[in-house]
Write a protein that binds this ligand. Structure first.
Ligand SMILES: NC(=O)c1ccc[n+]([C@@H]2O[C@H](COP(=O)([O-])OP(=O)(O)OC[C@H]3O[C@@H](n4cnc5c(N)ncnc54)[C@H](OP(=O)(O)O)[C@@H]3O)[C@@H](O)[C@H]2O)c1
Length: 357
């Protein structure tokens, strides 16, 4: 077996799921390094970080130390991305698989794209962005379904989610600006919202580019809705009157006709605006065409046994993490440069049923 050496960069909700899977289920992967941000995790054994026996790999906040490691792939899952760090990793010859960005690098800002590509060329390395959404549901799944299409007229993906139970409140409140004044929410309001919007814009371009939509533009809009009541969300208070709902829409158009659309109906605090559409919770993917198809996706800890809300919430983190972890061998085998859901082979579970043996 061709064993691969991996580095886990970031051990939050998603990174920890990767780490446990590497330690528990991946006999083809050797963990050789862990990059953390928190001082409390610095110097801690990687096994101890996720409640496992020590594995002899120490987590570090020292980026130079991580860059100096010999590794095949870095699993890059920090809260905020740093293109300089990613370029340094790529230039040092390490492939990068991330849940955070670079989902369709051909369509990012030209300067950044050229910089990432130059780093890939220097290190003969590959970068891939994936996950749940953006990722599988907004790219891989529509492309797989399109295999049954004769012709396509429109693709729409709707995500309906209440984030009250998502305990990464730094992402919901600090990055996504829930709890902030509604007039402060726009696709360009701050660096993170602009960045987040660009990720979904890339997903629309990816489907349009791969499926010959020949669109002229992708537009982004958001409708922010205020809370009627106060909500306590883990360590944060979302006060009445501040943002508790964000309906985002990214639409790719050819000569003004909408062809590819991604819409997210996000709330924190559980108040669902009456003027919004009401698809089922989870993700609804609709392909209008010949034939027209619709599928609904929802992840839980289990459909058959009782599970806590915490376990159910974790299931989406597991799905996000596994989509990228399972892609590692394909990313390492891909030619240098950008690898997307469209260029990689179908990503399957490495472990599958084997864990139950
Ligand atoms: N594509 C998808 O479907 C999808 C779905 C969910 C999340 N994501 C993305 O995946 C990434 C991880 O999400 P998560 O839920 O695991 O987040 P999280 O639980 O908030 O984890 C935060 C991570 O960020 C690190 N961190 C702390 N301070 C930081 C700083 N100043 N700059 C950068 N990173 C910092 C933490 O370091 P420590 O290791 O020290 O704790 C931890 O690894 C995010 O970029 C998120 O947007 C993508």
């Amino acid at each position: 077996m061709n064993r691969l050496r991996v580095i886990q960069w970031g051990t939050g909700a998603v990174g920890s799921e990767m780490l446990t899977a590497i330690l528990d289920h991946r006999d083809d992967l050797d963990l050789v390094g862990v990059r953390v941000y928190s001082d409390t995790k610095d110097g801690v054994d990687a096994g101890a970080l996720v409640g496992r026996a020590p594995v002899g790999v120490t987590a570090t906040v020292n980026v130079e130390q991580v860059l100096a490691l010999d590794a095949d792939c870095v699993l890059y899952t920090p809260r905020n991305t740093d293109i300089a760090d990613v370029c340094a990793l790529l230039a040092s010859g390490k492939n990068v698989a991330t849940t955070a960005f670079l989902f369709h690098p051909q369509r990012i800002d030209a300067e950044d794209r050229d910089r990432v590509l130059a780093a890939c060329e220097q290190g003969r390395s590959t970068v891939h962005g994936g996950g749940l959404n953006p990722g599988n549901l907004s790219a891989a799944l529509p492309l797989v379904l399109s295999g049954m299409s004769r012709t396509i007229e429109k693709i729409t993906l709707q995500e309906r989610a209440d984030w009250s139970v998502y305990d990464s409140t730094a992402i919901t409140f600090d990055n996504m600006a829930f709890g902030q004044p509604v007039e402060d929410i726009s696709p360009t309001a701050n660096e993170f919202l602009a960045f987040n919007s660009s990720l979904f814009t890339q997903q629309v371009w990816l489907l349009a580019d791969v499926l010959n939509a020949d669109i002229d533009e992708v537009t982004a809009t958001v409708d922010a809705v205020a809370a009627r009541e106060d909500h306590q969300i883990f360590d944060r208070l979302l006060p009445a009157g501040t943002t508790a709902g964000q309906r985002w829409n990214w639409t790719g158009r050819r000569r003004a006709e909408p062809l590819v659309e991604i819409e997210t109906l996000w709330t924190v605090g559980g108040e669902y605006p009456a003027h919004w559409p009401s698809p089922q919770h989870g993700w609804t993917l609709t392909i209008e065409g010949d034939p027209s198809m619709r599928t609904h996706f929802f992840s839980l800890a289990s459909f058959s046994r009782a599970a806590s809300m915490e376990e159910h919430v974790r299931s989406a983190n597991v799905a996000t993490a596994m989509q990228v972890l399972n892609a590692v061998p394909a990313v390492c085998a891909a030619p240098p440069g950008f690898a997307t859901a469209a260029s990689l082979p179908l990503i399957r579970s490495y472990t599958g049923f084997a864990a139950a043996r």
